[in-house]
Design a binder for this molecule. Structure first.
Ligand SMILES: [Mg+2]
Length: 397
């Protein structure tokens, strides 16, 4: 158990040098569906001072994406009884903010919730939704007989050619989205036209949240956006013989998401470099794989920087460059797996056999490395994860 006084001592000491930061996954770690996991409030209380201010930089990184950042912050604040700001929340689509080269293209967004508002806040200027497309081309969506047009419709609204697709999250009517996305891909952005006969370059597809499963209130995990993407990839492959290529994959385990989350942690640390990032999650394939991948990226970055720094030091004899460059990245990222969500130590799911197949879907640019599925620590719940982190930090002071 940690007394507040001892904890503050740890933090005071840490703040003089380099501070640790924490990344919390949400579903299966702090919440399950709409319910708070009992260990969560106890864990967070250990990380705040008497005024409920966080003692360490803390960011909540979730692969959820069917909502706005400030709504997620409000929901977390309400459920967890603490003030959590939008700047402490990373949703699967948040890093799209950094991908400015797509912001002035006409993008088709697929998902549910306020997708137009989400895309607009992220910086996109020309946004078309699946609903708009379906309205403009009512002959395309034929699965539900009750929604088929009874006469040949004439469309008044002319939508521009689609130049890129953004898959924000799982839609509600999968058959509609699958059909229209395929239509857009095979007609090169003009779904009212007949499919092209020539194999043109595939238009850019940006996909957020590759989670196959997630933990809600039901006893077993539920389908995530990754299962929808699996369907889309299978249909595309079946019809074209080609693999669906992603221009970017966002959300855990992608590096982009961790880079973005670290930026937010650093902002809470007055832009000072962090010592260790502790990433707490319940999913081996996203939270643990992602944190370990990022740890390896940090290690590579530092070793490259060390060799680069030596050259600089030899050439100029100055230490200033090293000090400035060192500001950028944390020294390491430790992965902590909890047993309150998708991962169940008694009946691990998915089985090891399936892990590689499931991971590799859609992440063809990522070569699966089973070593990265090994968490730095396995603990019972998020309170045990926080205790572990505080213990490690105290032994470093
Ligand atoms: Mg989770």
């Amino acid at each position: 158990m940690w007394s507040r006084g001892l904890l503050q001592q740890v933090v005071r000491h840490a703040s003089n040098i380099r501070q640790a930061g924490v990344l919390f996954d949400v579903d299966g770690v702090l919440l399950r569906g709409g319910s708070v996991i009992p260990a969560a409030p106890r864990a967070l209380r250990k990380l705040v001072d008497r005024n409920n201010k966080f003692l360490f930089p803390v960011v909540f990184v979730t692969n959820a994406g069917s909502c706005l950042r400030h709504h997620k912050a409000q929901q977390l604040s309400h459920l967890l009884g603490l003030q959590i700001t939008p700047e402490q929340v990373v949703l699967s689509h948040s890093p799209l903010q950094m991908m400015k080269s797509f912001h002035n293209k006409c993008v088709l967004v697929s998902g549910q919730g306020p997708v137009t508002q989400i895309a607009h806040i992220l910086g996109f200027q020309k946004i078309v939704t699946i609903e708009q497309l379906s309205e403009q081309h009512p002959l395309l969506d034929m699965v539900d007989h009750s929604r088929r047009p009874t006469s040949t419709p004439c469309s008044s609204q002319i939508l521009p050619q689609i130049q890129a697709i953004i898959l924000l999250g799982e839609p509600v009517r999968w058959e509609t989205n699958l059909q229209l996305l395929i239509d857009v891909l095979l007609s090169n952005g003009r779904p009212g036209c007949v499919y092209g006969t020539q194999m043109l370059a595939q238009m850019p597809v940006l996909a957020c949240n590759m989670d196959l499963l997630w933990m809600a209130d039901a006893p077993s995990p539920r389908f995530g956006h990754g299962i929808f993407l699996l369907c889309l990839e299978s249909v595309y492959k079946k019809l074209t013989g080609r693999d669906l290529e992603y221009a970017a994959v966002l959300g855990k385990p992608s590096l982009l998401t961790y880079q973005y989350a670290e930026q937010l942690l650093r902002q809470q640390n007055q832009n000072h470099k962090l010592s260790t990032i502790y990433a707490v999650g319940d999913n081996l394939m996203t939270d643990i794989y992602g944190a370990n991948l990022y740890n390896r990226y940090l290690a590579k970055h530092h070793s490259k920087m060390m060799s680069g720094t030596k050259l600089v030091a030899q050439g100029t004899g100055t230490q200033t460059v090293m000090a400035e460059e060192e500001l950028a990245f944390a020294a390491q990222c430790r992965s902590i797996l909890v047993c309150t969500g998708v991962y169940n130590p008694d009946s691990p799911l998915p089985g090891d056999q399936n892990v590689s197949d499931m991971m590799l879907h859609g992440c063809k640019h990522l070569k699966l490395e089973p070593d990265l599925l090994e968490p730095s620590h396995v603990v019972e719940d998020v309170e045990a994860a926080v205790d572990l982190m505080l213990q490690q930090e105290s032994s470093n002071t």
